[in-house]
Design a protein around this ligand. Structure first.
Ligand code: SF4
Length: 92
């Protein structure tokens, strides 16, 4: 095999590898965007049994789904850091 041909194979291999990595990155980005619910897709506060006060020592600012200063990944509307709902998930 000539040096030129070897070089072309390496080049093609590199291109394919890079293209595969880029496609994987684009898929991961699309999945992240799709996994973040738009405000309209969020659950109502009533449906989540949201309340403005803590419950059993649990409150929104200790929940993994809380987004400071006053919103939540899955429950719509203004969310108090000292609120609570049935989907409370303790931050790790
Ligand atoms: S407890 Fe968690 S899931 Fe429920 S409203 Fe507060 S931040 Fe959102």
């Amino acid at each position: 095999m000539s040096e030129c041909r070897k070089s072309n194979e390496v080049s093609r291999r590199s291109l394919l590898k890079n293209a595969t990595m880029m496609a994987g990155g684009a898929a991961a980005l699309a999945a992240t965007i799709a996994a973040t619910p738009a405000e309209a897709d969020k659950m109502s506060q009533k449906g989540a049994l949201y309340q403005d006060a803590p419950k059993n020592g649990q409150q929104c600012d200790g929940c993994a789904l809380f987004k400071a200063p006053a919103s939540c990944t899955i429950v719509d509307g203004t969310i108090s850091p000292t609120g609570w709902c049935r989907f409370f998930s303790k931050k790790s």
